[in-house]
Design a protein around this ligand. Structure first.
Ligand code: SF4
Length: 296
């Protein structure tokens, strides 16, 4: 049998595709990337998407679609889910994707994780990419995993730099901050300050973390456009700046001019370091009025 994979998010190394490839190749099937020209050559075609904003208008009707970008409830079969990752479908990939846990104990209303993955639970660690240069630690809430200490031991034994996707700064303990500092980090350690009401917990977590890890090694996601005012958005951004931590704005609605402008202002470090928000905002509004801005 010939199995096709449609790559509609070419910047992403899609681990669902890696599992599908392992599953079918193990059965002796051929797995190849799909193209409109070769469509008829395939017996079954999969299309996986992580993002709901990805354009799916060209996806043929007779393919199997899945992933959060299509439907938050879609699931791989248990047999495919249990498969290791076939990194050979992405020969340019130099990282490994590891999950020590799935799910999250929190239920943030803007997040698909609780609905998609349920409560936090440890999971078996999958295989490494033979071409690994660094490891992406994909856990949503690494230190909420009751087996976090074993996970750190495992990462230390691998000796690769780590790129953590999700530390919950509100629950971090001193021992966890210390153990985190014992690892080599590929990029900055990421955490989030999503709502202003979490200020005390977030600042306490930062205080704990910076005992062992320098502030410039930290990056904080700042959610905007959900339930915060513009003043609260700027307050979180400037508080982080003053602490020497890099803020990264995550807009809920990328089409909203304010959200898009603040994200560009904060996330483009050249602008963030040289202009004030009020100057930058005025510049954006003038461009809009002149008909040469984003909305025109
Ligand atoms: S803590 Fe993070 S992963 Fe967990 S529900 Fe909230 S946003 Fe989602």
């Amino acid at each position: 049998m010939k199995v096709g994979l449609i790559d509609i998010e070419p910047k992403i190394f899609n681990t669902a595709y890696m599992q599908i490839a392992t599953y079918y190749k193990r059965q002796g099937d051929i797995v190849e990337w799909w193209s409109p020209i070769t469509h008829r050559q395939f017996d079954v075609v999969f299309c996986s998407s992580l993002f709901d904003y990805t354009d799916k208008s060209d996806v043929p009707r007779d393919v199997i679609c899945g992933g959060t970008g299509f439907d938050v409830h879609s699931r791989l079969s248990r047999a495919i889910e249990n498969c290791n990752l076939d990194y050979s479908i992405y020969p340019e990939c130099r990282k490994s994707f590891l999950w020590f846990s799935r799910g999250c104990p929190r239920k943030c209303p803007w997040c698909v994780v609780p609905e998609k993955e349920g409560p936090i639970h440890p999971v078996p660690v999958k295989n490494l990419n033979p071409l690994t240069e660094y490891v992406v630690v994909c856990d949503n809430n690494f230190f909420a995993n009751p087996e976090w200490a074993e996970a750190i031991n495992c990462l230390r034994s691998l000796k690769f730099p780590c790129d953590f996707q999700g530390i919950d700064i509100r629950i971090i303990k001193e021992i966890q901050a210390y153990r985190l500092s014992q690892l080599r980090h590929f990029k900055r350690i990421k955490f989030a300050w999503d709502v202003t009401g979490d200020e005390q917990k977030v600042l306490a977590g930062i205080k704990c973390l910076v005992k062992y890890i320098k502030p410039y090694q930290l990056m904080c996601y700042v959610l905007i456009g959900y339930a915060s005012t513009k003043e609260e958005d700027l307050y979180r951004v400037e508080t982080l700046r003053n602490l020497g931590i890099d803020p990264f704005v995550m807009p809920i609605d990328r089409k909203d001019l304010y959200q898009r402008s603040l994200a560009r202002y904060v996330n483009n470090k050249k602008i963030f370091k040289t202009a004030t928000w009020s100057n930058y905002r005025q510049r954006v509004l003038k461009q809009e009025e002149a008909g040469c801005g984003w909305k025109s």
